[in-house]
Design a binder for this molecule. Sequence first.
Ligand code: SAH
Ligand code: SF4
Ligand code: F3S
Length: 438
Amino acid sequence: MTQKRHIYLETYGCQMNVADSEVVLRVMHDAGYDRTDEMVKADVIFVNTCAVRENAEERIYGRLGAFRNRKKTKPGVVVGVLGCMAERLRKDLMESESHVDLVVGPDEYRRLPQLVENAFAGEKGIAVRLSRVENYDDIVPLRTDGISAWVSVMRGCDKFCTFCVVPFTRGRERSRTLTGVVKEVSELSFRGFKEVTLLGQNVNSYRDGDNDFANLLASVARIDSFMRVRFTTSHPQDMSDKLVHTIAEYPNICNYIHLPVQSGSDRILQLMNRTYDLGHYLKLVERIKRAIPGVSLSTDIISGFPTETEDDHRMTLDLLRRVEYDGAFTFKYSPRENTKAWHMGDDIPDEVKAERLNEIIDLQREISLRKNRELVGKTVEVLIEDESKKSPKDFCGRTDTNKMVVFSKNGSCVGQYVHVNIEKANSATLFGNEISHN
Ligand code: SAH
Ligand code: SF4
Ligand code: F3S
């Protein structure tokens, strides 16, 4: 009998990539490959990549260096670059990195076993066609049992924000079937998962026949009332009242919405082609806060988009103060070749981008701290996810509103819902003591 081959896989980028890697592992598993966490044991090394900002790609070049060394020691190993950077750079990547055998974009994963076979026979391969229909609806992602699972419900993006490579690396929007998603989540519930996050670059555009994202969310929420349902990312333009009311209606749909705004200046929003203005965004936030009391909101912000002035930047700070997000993911603008913004130049010096970014981060930290401190003395419900990394005496988990809580163990176990009395808080974490299980 021949020995089983082993695949080693590293994943970078967003949760969509994490979900895709589980599809890749399934496809490879069905072709006879077992996963290994040790690169030295691998016959195949894959890296699932991100191209969203330059620093994401730089990090991957660093990893490719490590794989080159591995290939020097074991020349027979097949090295494959998957995902968004593969799709963006295509044959350039193959030419600049001579030890790479395969360059495979996000819609070509079904072909991996064949491509790997060819690579073992000495034939390099590039597969970067984007599809209008591929959604891997029939492939059951290969997951390790746990508490929380990512479930991709739609792929691609049609928004074409001027700064963003995703429409180019992931292609056009397409949705999985509602029945396919419901079946997958039902199986996850049966296996003991306690939380699912429905994923798409723009989940609000989900559509399967007459069913929109609100219908999908409701169908998923009805599967198991003890299973938390999260979703990301919501585009502010397509967030319907129906969706807001669905979130409010089902107790197991988490009261947390990631609603990236990118900038607080209408002029910049227009240059970004975000398709909403501040008036629309603020009204939406009002409607959400009214319909879902205690809702937690987070956002993405880009600092230093082309032509951004101090005034534009102040407007972003003002917006943070007005909305009072619970958290924000913040990025320095990174020009990406072939996007519209690429042609607008990159006129904001790096120091200015960094200075503005720091102001945004400092302000948001203050706001997050204030909001978290409001919870001190209160009791929150937490789904236990894991042992705390800092102390084996503590657990960590999150509230429905996605706040991380660290608390002392008190006879409960991972996967349970417990009540925790909050005693202190910083801007990122709440700390407390468990008072009971459910
Ligand atoms: N589809 C999601 C997320 C896309 S990528 C959305 O629309 O919100 C995640 C975040 O990366 C974006 O929200 C944006 O803030 C940031 N981003 C994307 N392209 C970027 C670029 N060229 N430079 C800096 N940040 C970028
Ligand atoms: Fe990129 Fe905009 Fe699509 Fe988000 S909505 S993935 S930022 S193009
Ligand atoms: Fe990166 Fe691709 Fe996700 S560019 S952010 S891995 S969709």
